[in-house]
Design a protein. Structure first.
Length: 321
């Protein structure tokens, strides 16, 4: 129903002519002449209607007494000219102001005068604005080609990545004792170093017969003694322990805690290895004796029979050992 009503109202509004803006009467071109004619007629008729004696006295005062009876008409013409001319000039001024206000263009109209239309042939390279984009000479005709991704710094090429060994899975203890570890990362000592430049060989001096030349001991024949430097893992852990806790980063604190935990576990394993079977048997015997002391005094009760048998068997085993 609402749709039908809206449709009917649309038809009614379309059928009615649009109201034009009314132009004021002052802006009409015939306003000033008509007002001037009306003023001239008014001035002349008023002079004619007045008594003749009054008109002649006025004409005599204006210097028109020499005309006699024609002075009345001369005064009427002068009155019509003055009053008609005054009204005509005033009406003409009002008409100009009104027409200037109506003819003043709006801001949008003034802006449109300075707008320059686009030349599709020169600026777009097409014959018209409605021509499809694919037909233009600069059109790509499809999607633009995607730029190739540049290799980032630090990435390993594919042919080198295939030759690298697979990563190893290590637990915390193995990583702590690994040689070449520098607190967090592992330094690969197997990486071939750059070939050193060949040094010029010194010219051998002539040997004297009296002074024997010292024989150089090869490095392989030197006796194996204390290693020149401690493993890199122990040096890294000692370096971490020497740093104050307030200056450690989160990763360094985790490494320091992992080293301490590993040493604690190793010490516990060493203590467990020192305790032999004899010590364990003695501790077990003491525990059985403590349980027997807490049992009732009666030796014939069936509840304490398993405990007494275990204690007797343990003593036999200790005696046999």
């Amino acid at each position: 129903m609402m749709g039908r009503r809206n449709h009917k109202t649309d038809r009614r509004t379309q059928g009615k002519p649009q109201r034009r803006t009314r132009t004021p009467l002052v802006a009409h071109r015939a306003f000033a002449p008509l007002l001037g004619v009306w003023g001239a007629a008014l001035g002349g008729l008023v002079t004619v209607v007045l008594p003749q004696a009054t008109v002649l006295a006025g004409a005599a005062n204006l210097g028109l007494g020499a005309l006699g009876g024609l002075g009345r008409f001369a005064l009427a013409g002068a009155a019509a000219l003055v009053l008609g001319g005054t009204l005509f000039v005033g009406a003409r001024t009002l008409t100009r102001k009104a027409r200037r206000t109506d003819d003043t263009p709006s801001i949008a109209a003034m802006a449109m005068r300075h707008v320059r239309m686009i030349d599709p042939m020169k600026e777009l390279g097409s014959s018209s604005l409605d021509e499809p984009v694919e037909c233009m000479p600069f059109a790509l005709g499809g999607k633009a080609p995607e730029p190739e991704a540049e290799p980032q710094a630090g990435t390993i090429p594919a042919h080198q990545a295939d030759d690298m060994p697979p990563p190893r899975e290590l637990d915390l203890a193995q990583f702590a004792v690994m040689p070449g570890r520098n607190a967090v990362w592992v330094v690969d000592e197997t990486t071939p170093a750059a070939p050193a430049r060949p040094t010029p060989e010194p010219v051998p001096e002539p040997l004297s017969a009296s002074a024997p030349s010292p024989v150089a001991i090869p490095a392989a024949s030197r006796p194996a003694g204390r290693p020149a430097s401690r493993p890199a893992s122990h040096s890294a852990i000692e370096h971490l322990r020497a740093v104050p806790p307030g200056e450690l980063s989160l990763i360094q604190m985790v490494e320091r805690f992992a080293a301490a935990l590993h040493e604690h576990q190793a010490a516990a394993e060493r203590r467990a290895d020192h305790n032999g079977p004899a010590d364990r048997d003695a501790a077990l015997a003491q525990a059985l004796k403590a349980l027997a002391s807490f049992s009732p005094e009666g030796h014939g009760e069936p509840e304490t029979a398993p405990l007494r048998d275990a204690l007797a068997r343990l003593q036999e085993l200790r005696g046999a050992a």
